[in-house]
Ligand binder design. Sequence first.
Ligand SMILES: Nc1ncnc2c1ncn2[C@@H]1O[C@H](COP(=O)(O)OP(=O)(O)OP(=O)(O)O)[C@@H](O)[C@H]1O
Ligand SMILES: [Mg+2]
Length: 270
Amino acid sequence: MSIDTSAALPGPVLEGRGLTMRFGGLVAVDDVSLRLERGEVLGVIGPNGAGKSTLLNLLTGIYQATSGEVLLEGRSLAGMPAHEIVAAGIARTFQTSRLFGSLSVLDNVLIGMHTRTRCGVFTAMLRPGRARREMRQAAERACALLQAVSPDLLERRNQLASSLPQADRRRLEIARALAAEPKIVLLDEPSSGMDDRDTDALIADIERLRAQNPALSFIIIEHDMRLIAALPQRVMVLDYGRKIGDDTFEVVRQLPRVQEAYLGRKASHA
Ligand SMILES: Nc1ncnc2c1ncn2[C@@H]1O[C@H](COP(=O)(O)OP(=O)(O)OP(=O)(O)O)[C@@H](O)[C@H]1O
Ligand SMILES: [Mg+2]
């Protein structure tokens, strides 16, 4: 699998400026700015309820920010509905699985491709040959994607998604996100439900995808410091909606809040 980003523009691929999200009296995301460079992996960590998933929801148009804006390659996404944002190049996975359990592994990936296939119902009725050809090409691409994410998934392509072990479900969600041919992939706790061995395999899968697609950028929310230490070049720390750190893992791991939340040490001050 290879995603064409050759027409990429200079500058950060994604920018968030002063993003704030209020739910009634609660400020879930509080004046957070971020920059994501092309080909970069940005990690996002922080205690439960810190606003990590809400931030992803702002970047993908699921929530409209109370204030602030999101720019994709310098273009504001204000007011753009979530499905158009996917088509514009930002794909994601969810913290809790949103696979179609009663569909096959392959069909789940084909669904992720719908923003890139041209034939609709009318073409299928009026020009069935063209629709069949497009479906065949889509299925070939979906198989290539499954192979790229994990050869194990390709072998299981005709199984129901609900029958997959947890680690493969998480991988299938990544494959489905990639099917939209994104410039940026946002992963919300991709290793949740995985043991250390599965997490190591996931790290290797993501490293392989990056090597195959050097311009593809990632934002990865994680509680597993194994993955955070291995993949991102930069790690942003959220706490009560505010950004309290944005640097290499080696630097942010020294923050008292990070020590307290993840590394099992009591901070000297709260
Ligand atoms: N739709 C919503 N309505 C009201 N409050 C919300 C909504 N979504 C999130 N919140 C609140 O916003 C805060 C941030 O939640 P969020 O899910 O972004 O945290 P998180 O950092 O992803 O946490 P976790 O690590 O547990 O997934 C929490 O206090 C949460 O209860
Ligand atoms: Mg979350």
